[in-house]
Design a protein around this ligand. Structure first.
Ligand SMILES: Nc1ncnc2c1ncn2[C@@H]1O[C@H](COP(=O)(O)OP(=O)(O)OP(=O)(O)O)[C@@H](O)[C@H]1O
Ligand SMILES: [Mg+2]
Length: 320
C-alpha cells in the first residue's frame, strides 16, 4: 500500500452563481481552483489561509459532502471522486469530519450516547451489548467517562466537542478532517481539545487534515502545512521549515504574525495591502500579484508552477 492515505489531484470546486440579467453566462465562485496535495499515514497536514480562501470547501469536497467540479480524490488508493452516494458509507468508515460548531452537529433531542450507538449500528455493529461497551469506551477515551446519558445542552462547549470527537472515532476512522475544531471554544478550553486530538492521533495512529485560523495551533500540531490563497495552494512544506523560512510572499505576510508573537526576535509583522480579489474573477497569472510588492510583468501573464526549493518544500512563485 502507498504511504499516502489521501491524494488530491487538481481538485476544483466551483459554486454556480445566478445567471446574469439576460439569463446567459453562468458565473462561478471558484472556491477551490486546482489544488494538489497528499497526506501520509499518521500525518497531520495543516491548512491555513485567510477567510474565504477555500479551506472548508477543500475539506468538504474531499469528504464528498460537496461534489467536486474537477480533479481526483484518492483515499487509501481508491479513487472516490465519482463514487456513488450509496458506496460512500464504506469511505466514511475511514474518513470523518469534526467541525467548528459541536452544537450544530449534535441532535439536541437525543442523548449523546444514543446518537453514537446509532452510528455504530448503522456501520454494522448489530450486537447491543457490544455497542454499549463501545460507547462506554469511546466516552472514556475522550475524557467523558460515564456521561453518555446526557443531552447535548447539558455539556459545556468543550465537552460537546469531545462528544463530537467520540462520535467521529466510533467508526474507527483513519483520517479526520478537522475544520476549525477549536475556534468556537473558550481559549482556556482550546488547549485541552488540541491535546486530546494529538493524544488520540498518537494512540490510534490517525491522520488529520487540520484546518485552522490559529497559526500557533497549526504550527504546534502539524507535520506539514499547506498555505492557501484564493482557491490555490501557494506553498507546502514541513511545519518547522515553513514557519522558519516561509518562501511565498503571501506566506511570509501570513506567518509574520506568529513570529512576532512567538520568539520575540526583531521580526516585523508584514501588513498585506489591498483586498482579497473576488474568487469569481481571480487575477490572471499569479493570483497574489495584485497584493504582492515583488510582482513583475510576468506575474500577470504566467501562472507560476510549483517548484521544489528544499526538502519537501514547494512554492509557486516567480521569485524562485
Ligand atoms: N455553498 C456555497 N455557495 C457559494 N459560494 C460558496 C459556498 N460555500 C463557500 N462559498 C464561497 O467559496 C469561497 C471559499 O469559502 P470557504 O468557506 O471554503 O473558505 P474558508 O477558507 O473556509 O473561510 P473561513 O476561514 O472563513 O472559514 C468563499 O468565497 C465563499 O464565499
Ligand atoms: Mg472555513
Amino acid at each position: 500500500m502507498s504511504a499516502k492515505i489521501l491524494e488530491v489531484k487538481n481538485l476544483k470546486k466551483y459554486f454556480p452563481l445566478k445567471t446574469n440579467l439576460l439569463g446567459r453566462e453562468k458565473e462561478f465562485v471558484k472556491a477551490v481552483d486546482g489544488i494538489d496535495f497528499h497526506i501520509n499515514y499518521g500525518e497531520i497536514l495543516g491548512l491555513v489561509g485567510e477567510s474565504g480562501c477555500g479551506k472548508s470547501t477543500t475539506g468538504r469536497t474531499v469528504l464528498r459532502l460537496l461534489e467536486p467540479t474537477e480533479g481526483r480524490i484518492i483515499f487509501e488508493g481508491q479513487d472516490i471522486t465519482h463514487l456513488k452516494k450509496n458506496k460512500l458509507r464504506s469511505v466514511y468508515k475511514h474518513m470523518q469530519l469534526v467541525f467548528q460548531d459541536p452544537f450544530a452537529s449534535l441532535n439536541p433531542r437525543k442523548k449523546v450516547g444514543n446518537a453514537i450507538d446509532e452510528v455504530l449500528y448503522v456501520h454494522g455493529m448489530k450486537d447491543e451489548a457490544q455497542r454499549r461497551e463501545t460507547v462506554r469506551e469511546l466516552f472514556d477515551m475522550v475524557g467523558l467517562r460515564g456521561e453518555e446519558d446526557k443531552y447535548p445542552h447539558e455539556f459545556s462547549g468543550g465537552q460537546r466537542q469531545r462528544v463530537v470527537i467520540a462520535r467521529a472515532l466510533a467508526v474507527n476512522p483513519k483520517l479526520i478532517i478537522c475544520d476549525e475544531p477549536v475556534s468556537a471554544l473558550d481559549v482556556s478550553i482550546q488547549a485541552q481539545i488540541i491535546n486530546l486530538l494529538v493524544s488520540l492521533k498518537n494512540r490510534l495512529g490517525l491522520s488529520y487534515l487540520f484546518i485552522s485560523h490559529d497559526l500557533r495551533v497549526v504550527k504546534y500540531m502539524s507535520d506539514r502545512v499547506a498555505v492557501m490563497y484564493l482557491g490555490r495552494i501557494v506553498e507546502i512544506a514541513p511545519a518547522d521549515e515553513l514557519f522558519k523560512n516561509p518562501a511565498h510572499p503571501y506566506s511570509r505576510a501570513l506567518l509574520s504574525v506568529v513570529s512576532v508573537l512567538g520568539s520575540g526576535k526583531n521580526k516585523k509583522k508584514i501588513i498585506l495591502e489591498g483586498e482579497v480579489p473576488n474568487p469569481v474573477n481571480p487575477p490572471s497569472g499569479c493570483r497574489f500579484r495584485t497584493r504582492c510588492k515583488y510582482a513583475t510583468g510576468q506575474c500577470s501573464e504566467i501562472e507560476p508552477q510549483f517548484k521544489c526549493i528544499g526538502n519537501g518544500h514547494f512554492v509557486s512563485c516567480h521569485l524562485y
